[in-house]
Design a protein around this ligand. Structure first.
Ligand SMILES: Nc1ncnc2c1ncn2[C@@H]1O[C@H](COP(=O)(O)OP(=O)(O)OP(=O)(O)O)[C@@H](O)[C@H]1O
Ligand SMILES: [Mg+2]
Length: 290
C-alpha cells in the first residue's frame, strides 16, 4: 500500500458504523547514530523497530513502556518532526513527509517560548492559524481558566513553576484545536489533584470535539482511565508488546471507575506486561473475566 492516497476504512462492529483510519503507522523503525566508546567511533542504535499501529478517527490511545523504550521517538515521528529510518506513516490516508497544522503536540520538555508570557504562549498556534486578535483572546482565556492559570497570564515562563509550565503547554495545544493531539507525559509534573482534574477535563474535551489523541504516560492508572486502547511497548528495541482494549463505559469519572473490578483487572494486566510477567489465563479483553 505505497500509494499517496490510500483510502482506509475500518468496520466498527459494535456501532455498525464505518470509521475512518486517522493514523496508520507501518513498520516504523528509527535508528540513531551514537558514539561507540569501545571503537572510538560511531555505531547505529535502533530505538524503535517495526512499530505497526492503526488508529481510528476519534480514538484515544495511550502508550506505556519502560523509560528509553522509544515512546517519544515514536511520537516525534507521528508529529512529522522526525522521519522514520524505514517504514511509512499515513495520516488521513496520505503519506506524511513533515509537520503539519493538523497535529498539535504537548512535548515532554514543555517546548514553551521564554520570550512570550503565558497568554502569548497559549495564543501562539492561534497566531499561526491567523485567528483575529479578539478571538485569540477569547480562546486563550477559556483555556487559561480550564488549566487554572488565572492571574498568571502576564508572567514569563521563568516566573512560573514546573507544573504551571506543563499546564501552559497543555492549554496551548488545546487552544490550537488540532485534529490529532500528541501528548508526551503531559501531566507528569502537575500535582496529583490537578492531574486528576486535567484527566477528566481532557476526556470531556475529547468527547466534545472527537479529536484523535495519542497520549504517553508512565502511569498505568492514567493509561487505563483515559484510553480506548492501551499500547504497551517493550524495549531494546522499542516494539509493540501488546495492545489492550479498554472497554470501560464512557463517559468516565475517576470516582466511579477507579477500583472497580474491571478497572483493576485492566491495570493489573498492563502492570504484568510491563514487568514481563506472562499469564496465559489472562484474556485479551477485560470483559471476558467479568
Ligand atoms: N537524538 C538521539 N540520538 C541518539 N539516541 C537517541 C536520540 N533520541 C533518543 N535516543 C535514544 O533512543 C531511545 C528511546 O528514547 P526515547 O526518548 O524515545 O524514550 P522514551 O520511551 O520516551 O523514554 P522516557 O520514558 O524516559 O521519556 C533511548 O535509548 C534514547 O537514548
Ligand atoms: Mg519520552
Amino acid at each position: 500500500m505505497g500509494s499517496e492516497n490510500v483510502i482506509l476504512k475500518n468496520f466498527d462492529k459494535k456501532n455498525k458504523n464505518t470509521t475512518e483510519t486517522k493514523i496508520l503507522a507501518r513498520n516504523i523503525t528509527r535508528t540513531f547514530t551514537v558514539r561507540d566508546s569501545e571503537k572510538r567511533g560511531f555505531k547505529k542504535f535502533t530505538a524503535i523497530k517495526d512499530i505497526n499501529l492503526e488508529v481510528s478517527s476519534g480514538e484515544f490511545i495511550t502508550i506505556v513502556g519502560p523509560s528509553g523504550c522509544g515512546k517519544s521517538t515514536f511520537l516525534d515521528i507521528l508529529s512529522g518532526l522526525s522521519k522514520p529510518t524505514s517504514g511509512e506513516l499515513y495520516i488521513d490516508g496520505k503519506l506524511v513527509t513533515g509537520p503539519a497544522l493538523d497535529r498539535g503536540m504537548v512535548l515532554q520538555g514543555y517546548g514553551l517560548f521564554p520570550w512570550r508570557n503565558v497568554r502569548k504562549n497559549i495564543e501562539y498556534g492561534l497566531e499561526l492559524k491567523k485567528i483575529p486578535k479578539k478571538d485569540r483572546r477569547e480562546i486563550s482565556q477559556k483555556y487559561i481558566e480550564l488549566v487554572g492559570l488565572n492571574g498568571f497570564e502576564d508572567r514569563y515562563i521563568h516566573e512560573i513553576s514546573g507544573g504551571m509550565k506543563q499546564r501552559v503547554a497543555i492549554a496551548r495545544s488545546l487552544a490550537y484545536n488540532p485534529e490529532i493531539l500528541l501528548m508526551d507525559e503531559p501531566f507528569a509534573a502537575v500535582d496529583a489533584q490537578t492531574r486528576e482534574t486535567m484527566q477528566e477535563e481532557l476526556l470531556k474535551i475529547w468527547e466534545k470535539t472527537s479529536k484523535t489523541i495519542i497520549f504517553i504516560t508512565h502511569s498505568i492508572d492514567e493509561a487505563v482511565f483515559l484510553a480506548d486502547r492501551v499500547v504497551v511497548l517493550s524495549s531494546n528495541p522499542g516494539a509493540v508488546k501488546e495492545i489492550i482494549d479498554v472497554n470501560l463505559p464512557r463517559p468516565r469519572k475517576l470516582g466511579e471507575i477507579k477500583n472497580t473490578p474491571r478497572f483493576n483487572d485492566l491495570s493489573h494486566r498492563v502492570w504484568k506486561l510491563l514487568h514481563g510477567i506472562n499469564d496465559e489465563n489472562i484474556t485479551n479483553t477485560a470483559t471476558a473475566s467479568l
